[in-house]
Design a protein around this ligand. Sequence first.
Ligand code: G6P
Length: 359
Amino acid sequence: DTGKSGYEHYMLKEIHEQPTALRQTLSGRVNEQAGTVELEDLDGLAGREPAGVQLVACGTSYHAALYGARMLREQGIPATATIASEYALERPPVADQLVVGVTQSGETADTLSALRTAAQRGAETVAVTNVVGSTAARECDHALYIRAGPEIGVAATKTFSSQLVTLRLLTEHLTNGTTDGIHDRLATLRALPGALQEVLDETQAPAVAEEYVGADGYFFIGRGYNYPVSLEGALKFKEITYEHAEGFPAGELKHGTLALVTNETPVIATVTGNDEAARKTVGNVKEVEARDAPVIAVTDGQTDVARYADHVLEIPDSHPTTAPILANTQLQLFAYHMANELGRAIDKPRNLAKSVTVE
Ligand code: G6P
């Protein structure tokens, strides 16, 4: 079904398709009882842990790559995420590295170029992609499909969520049987589509977006896994609202951008769980609140961030690695409803293309 099924825009429809997309991403790949992840797409790689993983990507897919690299490192595999157009110029050493191109279309010229330079120098390559038979899928040694289904809106939504989950599966696959906490992580993946549905059903985003139309600028902050989510929140917001937005790690706020913070610059803080990253982000929220900036907290309520916020976009309790996917859904909806208030061309923003085939 490629019609809008009653939704005003493809983007909104695709945001709402995320629970289904994630079920497809997970289908048949997780053996909860054994505590393993099986990825047929990667036959031949199984059981061989690479010395390191280099992820290359552009745009939204780069944000997914940042999240994936963090997850791999957390589970003991050295990993980097690099903007594909920079990787292709820099040509880092690839001995014993698995080079993973994250590209929903499989056709982004910069990403193909990065993958080709890595392959020429002998790297084993994987395409994490949505499109069967795409150039990246054909050229790489392995194609790992995210199975999100067709995405029409130029602004990537369900493909981003499916990329995050696929990178979680890749991480588990590469470390099968060797890491603690696997049962918790797999159980939380199973619960994720339902939790995401809850976010969609109960979101406060339309009213909150309406409240902040026409501000001077919008800052998205978060730490840890919520750092890439904040980058993605700001990118999505810029793409479809044409308003200025910036996303960055919350700790960097005081190193410059704080100079721009006023009562006309809403700060959207993503704070999930109650770990060090969350507690430190609450500290940053207090700093902007003291400068009269309106604060919108995207949170599961495990810290007291709501005390310092003007509005809250709630998400259900989840695992540290899946909470950002739920938080990101609130940011997608916030951007969507703001763009709708502003009457923007949501499905086909000016100057942007779904897939960019020039370098
Ligand atoms: C274009 C799209 C972005 C996308 C980027 C990478 O710029 O407008 O939404 O994130 O390309 O696309 P890919 O297909 O490689 O994930």
